[in-house]
Each structure stands twice: as structure tokens, then as C-alpha cells.
Design a protein around this ligand. Sequence first.
Ligand code: PLP
Length: 406
Amino acid sequence: MKVTRKTFDEVMIPCYSPLPMVLEKGKGCYLYDTDGNKYLDMTAGIAVNCLGHNHKGVTKVIKKQCSKLIHACNIFVNDQTLTLAKKLTAISGFDRAFFTNSGAEANEAALKLARRVAYDNYGEEKDQIISFYHSFHGRTLFSVSVGGQEKYSKGFGPVPGGITHIPYNDIDTFTSTISDKTCAVILETIQGEGGIIEGNIDFIKKVRELCDKYHAVLIFDEVQTGVGRTGSFYSFEQVGVRPDILSTAKGLAAGLPIGAILTSDELAKHFTPGTHGTTFGGNALACSVGSYVVDTVSDEKFLQSVREKGELIHKLLTKLGKKYGVFDEIRGKGLMVGAHLSKDYLGKSGAIQKLCAKYGLFVLVANPDVVRLTPPLIISNRQIHQGMKMLEKALSEFVKTESKSN
Ligand SMILES: *Cc1c(COP(=O)(O)O)cnc(C)c1O
């Protein structure tokens, strides 16, 4: 059947406004459209395809597992789910795992668990969830309401109650907001969708301290920062603060849908049979790939290379930003990088993204003011240099067009 980008406008619910090409296949860090054009992919499906496209090892695991068992549902348990749970708990130091199919569902589970713990231990008065402006936790009604970007939850009311949003990295406001009524605090150690905004370590330490004082559950949403993205398997290792519940997804199965929460024995016991569940979560196929990803990405040499490549991108982006005056700040850790637009170009990240595609480079935006790069973790230094050359062409054209239109 012949389909084109126009087909999108005819048959898809218009939640998105995708770039002009239709993708057909990928190999390593490259994507190809149906016209045979080749693009360097610095999006990795929004920090998902951590091992790139059509990765030999991943394909092999998928083929092997789908000839055995894809899905059986949770009235059974299968060897792949258990294996991944053992690996994830071993690597993170948590005791227990619950699997989902996405980041939003992982956060949904984390938030429900926190509410349940507070309800069981202290009663239904302890229901307040504290979350931060610019945070993003997914699109289910609960997770989107907890997220700190009103534009995403507006118009879907009534939204779940008991949620308080306050500024990120603001110790004083946090200290005056948390109380005995607080059941959970949820944060991203680096806010991803919100613009690659790094959490201040003193702030996160204070959050931990006050969560302990007020018996509130601390949730780290590591859906984007996790699975090697920032240069350690989970970013909490670099922050030096351990959450009570960690949510993970995106890169965990190299492109197959998966998510999980990790937590302690003490909290896990509040989810008893029947209190929470999922049909697809923990299916054998996604979990088999998850195990392969954990084995590959947790290797110290692999993580070291992510840190080094992150530094290279930072260096090259800083140079480009200065040369064209387009970026005033390069942020993020490892291969989760944001380039903040300088004053004259605020709001234009989408235009830069389109121009990059024209020159054969796929990049992301994180709000209208930030160009975001989350390449496959296997990207080579050569490909990084290649990508930055394409970006330079795009920026050069961007600056010219902007000066004409002003
Ligand atoms: C992407 C993302 C989510 C949502 O994940 P989905 O798989 O799209 O549901 C939640 N939290 C963070 C931090 C994310 O980056």
C-alpha cells in the first residue's frame, strides 16, 4: 500500500505534527526514509533506541525470544521477567521490581504505590503529592496532572486532586511546602522535556532529608535519565541520593515498549495481589531485550564512553553556539544534552529542528527554547563530528534567514 506523509493528515488523530518524511528503516545511528534519504539520528526515538537501530545483538535476542514466548500475562510468571527483575535490582540496589509498558505507566504505578503506603500507614489525610514546575511524568491523567507543565493537563479536568506544584531547585519554597500531609515528592534529576534543567545536588539532598523527616516517599522519575543516558546506569548514583521508588522506561528495552518501578521490600509489600496490575507489563519479549540492554549498558567501559562522548558534544556545541550566537548555554549530562537558545532566538527550536532535517540530521527540541540531543549511546566520535557539521549548516542558514526576517 502506498502511503505518504499526507496520509498522516488524512487518517491519523492529529496529536503530532511530524517532520515531512516517512521513515522506513534504520541501521546503527542512521535512519532512512521511504525515498531512500539517509539521516543521522541524534534523537534515538527520544532517548529510547540506546543501542541504535537494527542492532545485531538486539535483533538476535528478539528473534530467539519470539520463537519461544512473546507474552503470557501475569497469572503466570516467565523466566525472562524474573531474569530482568534480578538484573535490575542487583544493579540498582533496590529489592523489587514491577513492570509496565511505558514511562507514564511506571510513574502511575509509583504514585499509586506512594498513595497506598501513606494510606496504609497514616490514613487518607496524608495524600499530598509535591511536584515541580517544568517536570514531565507522562500523559495518563494522573501522571500528566502531576507533571509541572499546565499546557499538557489543561482542558482535561477534573484532574486528580492533592497535587502541589512548586519551583524546582528552590529549597526555601520546598521547605515551607512539605508537611505531615505530604505522601510523595516526585522529581527528575535532570528535567528532560522541560528543557534539560539540571537538579541542584544540595536541593535534592534537602528533598531527601525532608522526605525522611515527614515520612514522604521520594520518587525519582528516571524514565529519561536512566539506562546509561547520563553516564551512569541510573543518574541517582551521580547525585548521591537514593530515592524510595525509581521509575525507568525509555531506553530499557532498546526500542520495545517497557517500563518499571524499582523499590524496597518495605514499600513493595503495600501492593498486594489485586491492588495494581497490567496485561502486557513484564511480557517475556520486552524483558528478554531488557536483560540484554542491562548487560550491555552497565559495562563500566560503555558508561565511560557515554561520559566522554557527552563531553565532546558539549565542547562542539559550545563552539558552535559562540560562532553563530545562537546558544547561550549548553546543559545536561552524558548523552542527554540541551542547547538553550540565546535571547534573540527564543522560541525558535522547532525551526532549527526542521533545518537540521533538511541537512540530514535529526535532533529533538525540549520546549521552544531548547534544542535537545539524545543520540544512541553507541554513537561514534566520528558521527558526533559529522552531526555537528550538519548542525552548523543548519545554524548558518537559520541565522541568515532570521536576520532577513528582522
Ligand atoms: C518520556 C518521559 C515520560 C513518559 O514516558 P512514556 O513512555 O511516553 O509514557 C515520563 N517521564 C519522563 C521523565 C520522560 O522523559
